[in-house]
Design a protein around this ligand. Structure first.
Ligand code: P6P
Length: 337
């Protein structure tokens, strides 16, 4: 049977009363922007968009030309549609209210326009991550604090991975579904409905070069994975690290696994490496809706009460039983066991 398009999927969800017209428009606008980003990335060196932009962002990171371009594409696509009250981006210091020249809606959109962009110049998969919240009632000019809602408040989340194929993975709180871009039609087509992440795994994703900087429970957890069959886990484990969260999480969506960017001595003062509002929270919503789990190591990710738009957190995300095992190492360490 021919797969249905994203548009048809969203119209079905709207007719079923699961989403309204504004959220349908929001998702379609973001998907269309991701198609534009995919085309820009796909040109590679021929598109004149590789390399550094010569600017920096609030994260203190040098921006790639495609970081800036992807951010501009998402801003321009979302400003005029009337579905948003405001938006926030990894690439912008503060949130961006919708200009008064345009109609306004009730949603807040947060995004990391190009996650893993350090991989762009070496032609490795990167992605876009987005999260959707309700704008608080009565607020027409939202500012940063109106975005500071826990992950459980999300009404929608998704990512697009720009790999051998371009895929959009989406949740509106009723399962997680994958769409593949049909470049000839220019449409995202539903290729996996209701993804189920295996509860157990023999594959972990972590940047091992940080091992000496980790907290003790993380050292113990990974040490036991590396001990393999002879160790307490009784099995051999495989490792993958793409250094692009979207690519690593998409692998986990597809075949299970655990991804971790824990606290370490280098990022402890900042609270972690990865950002809560537009990386960890949307990925956690997507993974939980696919039967997985996500934690800071000491708290369910979606329950974290945000204190800052660019707040960072430690991340453990993926196969439910494996995330719970990693959390148990932290709980037992904290309890002095
Ligand atoms: P490291 C990309 O910069 C990113 O934010 C995530 O996509 C990725 O998982 C992580 O950082 C990689 O970090 O320290 O291995 O370069």
């Amino acid at each position: 049977m021919k797969p249905i398009s994203l548009t048809r999927f969203l119209i079905q969800e709207q007719h079923a009363g699961h989403i309204n017209a504004d959220l349908r428009l929001l998702i379609e606008v973001v998907a269309r922007a991701c198609k534009t980003i995919s085309n820009a990335i796909g040109k590679g060196a021929l598109g004149g968009v590789l390399g550094e932009a010569g600017t920096g962002n609030i994260q203190g990171e040098a921006q790639k030309k495609l970081d800036v371009l992807s951010n501009e594409i998402l801003l321009e696509a979302n400003e005029w549609g009337g579905h948003l009250a405001g938006l926030a981006s990894e690439e912008m210091d503060h949130s961006h209210p919708i200009p008064n020249a345009y109609p306004k809606g009730n949603y807040l959109l947060l995004f990391d326009p190009l996650d893993g962009s350090s991989n762009i110049d070496v032609n490795i998969s990167v992605g876009t991550i987005f999260s959707v919240l309700h704008c608080p009632d009565g607020i027409t000019e939202p500012s940063d604090e109106h975005f500071l809602q826990p992950g459980t408040a999300q009404v929608c989340a998704g990512y697009t991975t720009y790999g051998p194929s371009t895929m959009l993975v989406l949740t509106i709180g009723r399962g997680t579904h994958a769409f593949t871009l049909d470049r000839e039609q220019g449409s995202f087509m539903l290729t996996t409905r209701d993804i189920q992440i295996p509860a157990d795994t023999r594959e972990f994703a972590v940047n091992m070069s940080n091992q000496r900087h980790w907290e003790t429970p993380m050292q113990n957890y990974i040490g036991d994975l590396l001990a393999g069959k002879q160790g307490p886990r009784g099995s051999d484990f495989n490792m993958r690290w793409v250094a692009s969260m979207v690519a690593d999480v998409h692998r986990i969506m597809t075949r299970g696994g655990i991804f971790s960017y824990p606290l370490d001595a280098k990022c402890r003062d900042k609270g972690g490496k990865l950002r809560l509002m537009y990386e960890a929270n949307p990925m956690s919503f997507l993974v939980e809706q696919a039967g997985g789990a996500a934690s800071t190591g000491r708290q369910r990710m979606l329950d974290v009460m945000p204190t800052g738009l660019h707040q960072r957190v430690p991340v453990f995300i993926g196969s439910k039983n494996e995330v719970e095992t990693a959390v148990r190492y932290h709980r037992e360490f904290d309890a002095g066991q």
